[in-house]
Design a protein around this ligand. Sequence first.
Ligand code: ADP
Length: 250
Amino acid sequence: MKDKAIQIENLSVYYGETPALTGVCLDIGISEYLGIIGPNGGGKSTLLKAILGLVPISTGRIKIYDHGDKRKEVIGYVPQYTSFDKRFPITLLEVVMTARLRNGLSPFFRFVPKDMEMAYELIEKVGLKGLENRQISELSGGEFQKMLIARALTLKPRILLLDEPTANVDENARGQIYNLLAELNKDITIVLVTHDLFAVSSQVEKLACINGKLIYHGEPELSENIVNRLYGCPVDLIAHGVPHRVLRRH
Ligand code: ADP
């Protein structure tokens, strides 16, 4: 095991009386590329939010490097696409730069030139050069996701958490996003929540399967037994196009 970027011990998260996660133990190594899969409602987003400190933890603890409560400064977060109102009148450049505002958008906010320069660089890095002044309502799904990645990178994170960054994107953009993540993974630990089994079969280095609890953690290779415990329907899953090499020989 590489040195650890994130250590999760016996994590449980409840929303009221409802358990979203129970007894999760998971270590993520520095510069690891971890994929997380599981059914809808399985607790994947909750796990990311718990790592970020955005939901209260009922039991257990999460250690981020040795930073303790400064965790937000080392983690970049790309939330689910659906959590944004795309009608908000703001440009791509402004969205990327807002991550640098310590107090969020306020009536008298100011960007410093250094932040602007960095935003331009990151926009180019994610492949969106030239679209800086486009309204976000006029971006494609892929462009929107790349913008969110640029935004997450503005705080120079050592860990990047992404919640389904290839949902709502076309085939071409999906490939570009995976290439970008592979490039970023040279320096940054990546945790990718996904429904995309292509990512599982060809991109990630380690896999965690979550359905309320941790069902599997290891190589990105699934046995029918794991798929069955995870989704309860192996035949359906295969019929919906799981690349065969994801499944271990049986
Ligand atoms: P996933 O990301 O795997 O789809 P989530 O982490 O979003 O799963 O949800 C896990 C469980 O917690 C689900 O049963 C969901 O309905 C519930 N849940 C998520 N967010 C909230 C919330 N803010 N309030 C109440 N229940 C929630």
